[in-house]
Write a protein of this length. Structure first.
Length: 216
């Protein structure tokens, strides 16, 4: 696992994405969490609107998944077939979590119209595998909100508030960060997301200290 704190967006990861590699493939190659790579790519796409079209164009010209990638797909399909269910991202088993992330990435590519035909043909053997495209969209929205909070803080602002806010943007981001804190206290926030928040916006769990009303 690459635990170095990289400045977002990482130029190497952005180049790999521009050349057509998927988020999951980049994560596999650099040994980083897909959520971390996804966060960097959200920042990069916001800075360069031409990045996404360039990625899709490059991906369309690639030869397709490598034998190792196809073997991974077959492993996931065999697991689903044997167990009669889809892998869970919050499973206590590391291997199951890895397969869940792999499948989530394929759903994201399918939703974007960028799924390789080899994957589409193979996964067609698993009825309903695309059914969770809403989850993929929510995952993308989570990363976008994190990038917005990073920008908000970088602009010299205190933590965004979900009440007594100065703008709709602050309200939106305040509700989002408040929700992350609530989920974290309940143990419902995925560990990889908590780690990404720790790295991107240190102090997110505490929030505002200035002007906070004293507890009674």
């Amino acid at each position: 696992m690459d635990r170095r704190l990289r400045r977002a967006p990482d130029a190497e990861w952005v180049l790999m994405y521009r050349l057509g590699l998927s988020r999951q493939r980049i994560a596999d190659l650099v040994r980083a969490e897909p959520t971390t790579v996804g966060y960097h790519l959200v920042i990069a796409r916001r800075q360069d609107p031409g990045l996404e079209p360039a990625h899709h164009a490059a991906a369309a010209t690639m030869a397709g998944p490598s034998p190792m990638d196809v073997a991974r797909m077959e492993e996931v399909i065999a697991w689903i077939t044997a167990g009669g269910r889809f892998p869970r991202e919050r499973s206590g088993d590391k291997g199951e979590r890895s397969m869940a992330r792999w499948l989530s990435e394929r759903r994201r590519e399918a939703a974007d119209g960028a799924l390789d035909p080899a994957y589409r043909e193979g996964l067609a053997r698993v009825p309903g595998w695309e059914g969770n495209s809403r989850a993929a969209a929510e995952e993308a929205r989570w990363h976008d909100r994190l990038a917005q909070v990073v920008d908000f803080r970088a602009g010299g602002n205190d933590w965004p508030r979900h009440h007594d806010y100065a703008s709709e943007q602050e309200h939106t981001l305040g509700v989002w960060i408040h929700t992350q804190r609530y989920k974290h206290r309940r143990g419902d926030l995925a560990p990889e997301k908590a780690s990404l928040l720790d790295a991107a916006v240190p102090g997110w769990q505490i929030g505002r200290t200035r002007g906070r009303r004293p507890r009674v």
